[in-house]
Ligand binder design. Sequence first.
Ligand code: MLT
Ligand code: ZN
Length: 476
Amino acid sequence: MDQSLREALLSRVGPSGLLEGPDLDRYTTDHRRLYRGQARFVVRPSNTAEVAAVVELCATQGIAMVPHGGNTSYCGGATPDESGLQVVISLERLHRIRAIDAVGGTLVVEAGCTLRAVREAAASVGRHFPLSLGSEGTCQIGGNLSTNAGGTQVLRHGMIRDLVLGLEVVLPDGRVLNQLRQLRKDNTGYDLKQLFIGAEGTLGIITAAALRIGTAPRDALTALVGVESLEATLALLGRVREAFGDLVETFEYMPESAVTLALKHFPQLKNPFDTAHPAIVLVEIPLPAALSGLHESFAHLMAAEIEAGRVRDAVVAHSLSQADSFWFLRENIPAAQTREGASLKHDVSLPLDRLAEFEQRGLRIIADLIPGGRSIGYGHAGDGNLHFNVSPALGIEKNSALEAAFLGHKESLMRALHDLVAELGGSFSAEHGIGRLKVDELARYEDPVALDLMTRIKQVLDPNRLMNPGKVVLPK
Ligand code: MLT
Ligand code: ZN
């Protein structure tokens, strides 16, 4: 039976479109190594017609499919299950830039383009695609769209959903939904493309997108600001936005525990401050060419803040390489935590005026449940999203019994923190999605009416439950 499926797949994608053999790990294991699945085949179509042909074949034969991008999901959203029956459909060979319109500010790209390739395509015509993620060299735009990626510029530009004008999607029955319009205005019925953004490949496979690109910044102010607390960070956000309005693009919070970890595991990093601060904020304000005086205004504001005792210290980058080193500190926190050993991760968002309360109460929960556990709760404070992660107590060795005991607290810690998030009106998955990891959490915390609608939408589009089954919503 596998032989006839193999031949049928080969006839649709050719020999370079079919991967077999033992080395399929990167398609079957998620990057956090939470799930080790197995694939019946990994297919790599090279254009939309081939994706449609593969999907139609699988649909006809009742074979479950798992769309796969750059494999950077935090929730196992692109990993097949352990049955060995599912076919992984990798989009990596769909990597063409189909069109660029610098004047209209639109870019049409295929799903397998890396985020970096998309940003470079925009830059090649003097434009800017304002989605910024640490994984930009690996993650693919189809995956970014499927998970409604956020990142470090949401404060100014919104999540990727806000940057999409049109989509092309292969539906679970193999039909191609062409909504690849490049229009700023288009009020023609239901906005179907929004259904597929953030659906994590459970409703169809995004094969191409028309994206909005903006003016490329000519200059940017990048600074690190030492502060007392998250509360002080948020108060500072208010004053920075009062002064610079919607130009503020990045406002990232790094508590001392996260900075210490990054400095420990990346010795090439230098602490730009002479003394330690309870928290450091990374601020970036990019400038269109026409404006000037930003650096002076920012320096004045910081002088006044320090004078008033609201800020401890501030350093402004004076070169691109210094700005890069500030970013390096922030972007390597997740990698530093991985190098440190096991971790328990929570990707939460709160209304801004409840964020500091969440942190204080969350820290108490960690201290109560995990004696010695180190909270590494950093993230996109400007938009209310914290990666409220925990590492084991210092001295606990990798792969030791004590580490296993630490990981044994996963469920109780998650429950306590997610209950707190719900109480404060937040989200238990701010930007990493649901995937396989948080299916039960969605069922538990989502409004029952919303959950019912999601299940029905899934049923309408994918009645045979063949498109990325086991992710996001389960059938009733
Ligand atoms: C980040 O903001 O660094 C990423 O979303 C990754 C993480 O959760 O650590
Ligand atoms: Zn993040």
